[in-house]
Design a protein around this ligand. Structure first.
Ligand SMILES: Nc1ncnc2c1ncn2[C@@H]1O[C@H](COP(=O)(O)OP(=O)(O)O)[C@@H](O)[C@H]1O
Ligand SMILES: [Mg+2]
Length: 331
């Protein structure tokens, strides 16, 4: 006999004997129900094991208070290793996530653990605490925050300025290569190891470099480093990080910002309405080429900036080879 069987993709005709009709009818009823059941289970994702931080780690000292988190120097009771444990503030995170409703923004731990680069802090683990806070476990960087060196403008800063610029740029170029926009590039989010290598540390605002995250929207970031297109809530792309990187390089040289700064909308609007102060104003003897490279990164319109971080870093490396050949490496 011919039996017509309806399925989601239309009706199919089978040549079939009558004893099997009952079996197929049952299958037709039960298979979609079973499929839905398994789909739901798979959608839920793996069960997350929550961690009681104070049991798992000896939280030795608080080392940092960022804008979104608390960070401890801690001893992992399982591995015996000294690590950094970062716990994100739940209320602040909820406020941040409200800006990305309906979008698949990866959590900080997911981004951080996917990045492996000599100038990016190594994230070992991430998850949820027993209080439902997101946490990250990282290698502990013995050293100082990069802001310390930028503020001090000491011998170390002078001797390593170009090296630091190149290292920070390489970390950012890698983040871009991995398909992200960092959105919070600034010296506060960089630490310096004891052997004077930079590590980028904070991926709390990082988003995928995809059309939905480039679309005009919120103004997350740090005011003094905020690109004009972000201030104006226009479409953004990775070049907003190039702007923030250029502000950081400017600061490394000038110990000042290119614009008057503050946390008010009025002060960030300066980035839109006024040209940056020439770097030469603060550092009259700055290398002409270096000054031009940095100033180009500060251009009001992204099309007038460096197209990629790689390009900007390559140009800084050329200056480094000319001025400090002993410090330059050919990577
Ligand atoms: N892996 C680490 N090793 C040592 N200190 C760290 C590490 N990660 C963060 N810190 C310290 O904690 C501070 C805040 O970290 P950050 O990731 O910037 O937090 P937030 O997202 O809250 O801004 C940093 O400025 C630094 O002093
Ligand atoms: Mg930070």
């Amino acid at each position: 006999m011919w039996l017509s069987v309806g399925g989601p993709r239309g009706r199919h005709r089978f040549s079939i004997n009558s004893d099997s009709v009952f079996f197929f009818a049952i299958c037709e009823l039960t298979v979609p129900i079973a499929m839905n059941f398994f789909k739901k289970i798979l959608k839920r994702g793996p069960k997350v094991e929550k961690v009681d931080l104070s049991k798992r780690f000896d939280l030795i000292t608080r080392v940092g208070q960022g804008s979104m988190s608390k960070v401890w120097r801690a001893m992992d009771r399982i591995s015996g290793r000294v690590v950094a444990v970062k716990v994100l503030d739940k209320a602040k995170l909820i406020r941040l996530e409200k800006r990305f409703v309906g979008m698949k923004k990866p959590v900080e731990g997911e981004v951080a653990i996917s990045l492996r680069h000599p100038n990016i802090v190594k994230t070992i683990e991430h998850g949820l605490t027993s209080n439902d806070e997101q946490y990250l476990v990282m290698e502990f960087i013995e050293g100082r925050g990069f802001s310390y060196y930028v503020d001090q403008q000491n011998e170390v800063m002078h001797a390593n300025r170009l090296r630091f610029m190149v290292q920070m740029g390489r970390a950012l170029a890698y983040v871009h290569e991995q398909g992200y926009i960092h959105r919070d590039i600034c010296p506060r989010n960089v630490v310096v190891t004891e052997d004077l290598n930079l590590k980028l540390i904070d991926f709390g605002l990082t988003v995928p470099d995809t059309p939905e995250f480039r679309a005009p929207g919120n103004r997350t970031g740090t005011a003094a480093y905020m690109a004009p297109e972000l201030v104006m809530r226009q479409t953004t792309d990775q070049r907003l990080d190039i702007f923030s990187y250029a502000v950081s390089c400017y600061e490394m040289c000038a110990h000042a910002y290119p614009w008057i700064t503050g946390d008010t909308l009025e002060s960030v609007l300066e980035h839109v309405n006024r040209p940056p102060k020439p770097l030469k104003k603060f550092v009259p003897n700055i290398d002409e080429e270096l000054s031009e490279i940095i100033m180009k990164g500060l251009a009001r319109y992204p099309d007038d900036r460096w197209r990629t971080t790689v390009q900007m870093v390559r140009e800084i490396q050329k200056v480094q080879r000319r001025l400090e050949p002993a410090n330059a490496d050919d990577e």
